[in-house]
Design a protein around this ligand. Structure first.
Ligand code: AMP
Ligand code: MG
Length: 290
C-alpha cells in the first residue's frame, strides 16, 4: 500500500493553529502578543524533533500535490508571507517550505519594483509569479506591499492605494475560483525583538547580507506600519482567503504554526497518489526480461 502521510495534529497542540490564528474582526494589531505561542503546549526544547517530524508530513503531502498535477489535477497552493524585516519570512522559506521537493515549489520575493514593473499595474509582477498546477507558490512579501510600504511611504496618492483593498479581494477571489488555496500569514515581531535581530545581523558576518541600513529607518515608521497592517487585516481577510496572525518573537513557534497551516491546507485537498496509467503487473513482467 502507498504511504499516506499522517496529517493529524500532533498532541502538543490543543487546537488546529488555524482556529486560533485566523484573524478575527476587532483584533487590534497593537495588541498582538508577539511572544505568545497560541495552542502549543510544548516548549522550545520540544520543537526541534516535532518540526522534523512535521516537515516530513508536509513533504509527503506536497509531493502528492505535485504528483497529482502530473495526472491532471490543476489545484495549487499559494503561501503569502507578509511581515516587517526580521519577522522570519526567510526562515519559513528555508526551514518549512525548504523541506519540500523543489520541483513543486515556486518561490518569489518582491522587493522595490523595478522600472519595468512600475510601468505596469502592481498586480502584473504578482500574476507572473503565481504557482502553476500542483505547485506551492511562496510569496516572500507580496501584492500587500502595495498597500503597506506604498501607503506608509506615500508612493501613490491615497485614492490609488485606497482602491487596492477591493482590487486585491477580487484578485484573490479569482485565484480561489481557479483552484488556488491561499494561505496568508501576517508575521508579527515586536520592536524590541526586531532590534535584537537587527543587532545580530550587524554582529555576524554570515548575516550581513540580510542587513539593509534602511531597515533602521523603517523602525521610526512602526506606528504607520501598524496602521497599514490593521487596514490589510480588516479589509482583506475574507472567508475565501483569510489572514492568519502569526506571533513571531519565537521563531520555533512561527515555524511550527505555519507548517501546520500548510499541512492543513494540503490535507483539505484530499490528495491521493495518482493511480498508474499502465498495467503494473504487466510492466513488472516486462522489466524482468528487459
Ligand atoms: P527585503 O524583503 O528585505 O529584500 O526588502 C524588500 C524591500 O522592498 C522592503 O523594504 C519592502 O517594503 C520593499 N518593497 C516591496 N514591494 C514594494 C512595493 N511594491 N513598493 C515599494 N516598496 C516595496
Ligand atoms: Mg530586508
Amino acid at each position: 500500500m502507498a504511504r499516506t502521510p499522517d496529517a493529524d495534529l500532533p498532541s502538543l497542540w490543543t487546537h488546529e493553529p488555524h482556529d486560533l490564528l485566523e484573524f478575527r474582526a476587532g483584533t487590534a494589531v497593537a495588541d498582538i502578543e508577539t511572544a505568545s505561542t497560541p495552542g502549543f503546549t510544548g516548549k522550545k526544547k520540544d520543537s526541534g524533533d516535532l518540526q522534523d517530524e512535521r516537515n516530513e508530513v508536509f513533504a509527503d503531502l506536497q509531493e502528492m500535490l505535485y504528483a497529482g498535477s502530473r495526472a491532471g489535477d490543476t489545484r495549487k497552493i499559494l503561501l503569502v508571507l507578509q511581515g516587517m524585516d526580521t519577522a522570519g519570512k526567510g526562515g519559513i522559506v528555508k526551514h518549512v517550505v525548504g523541506a519540500g521537493n523543489p520541483q513543486g515549489i515556486r518561490y518569489s520575493s518582491f522587493g522595490k519594483p523595478t522600472e519595468e514593473e512600475l510601468a505596469h499595474d502592481y498586480l502584473w509582477r504578482i500574476r507572473k509569479a503565481l504557482p502553476p498546477a500542483g505547485h506551492i507558490g511562496v510569496f516572500d512579501r507580496s501584492h500587500y506591499e502595495d498597500v503597506l510600504a506604498v501607503r506608509v511611504h506615500d508612493l501613490v496618492p491615497p485614492e490609488v492605494w485606497g482602491r487596492r483593498y477591493d482590487e486585491i479581494n477580487a484578485f484573490e477571489r479569482e485565484l480561489v475560483d481557479d483552484g488556488t488555496t491561499i494561505v496568508k500569514c501576517a508575521m508579527f515581531v515586536s520592536l524590541d525583538e526586531q532590534k535584537k535581530r537587527l543587532a545580530k545581523r550587524l554582529r555576524r558576518p554570515d548575516k550581513f547580507w540580510k542587513f539593509n541600513p534602511a531597515d533602521i529607518d523603517e523602525r521610526e515608521l512602526w506606528p504607520k506600519y501598524q496602521e497599514a497592517y490593521q487596514a490589510v487585516l480588516d479589509r482583506t481577510s475574507t472567508e475565501y482567503a483569510p489572514w492568519h496572525v502569526i506571533p513571531c518573537d519565537r521563531k520555533w513557534y512561527s515555524r511550527l504554526a505555519i507548517t501546520e497551516l500548510l499541512i492543513e491546507a494540503l490535507d483539505g485537498l484530499d490528495l491521493a497518489w495518482p493511480p498508474p496509467d499502465f498495467d503494473v503487473k504487466a510492466e513488472k513482467r516486462r522489466l524482468k526480461t528487459a
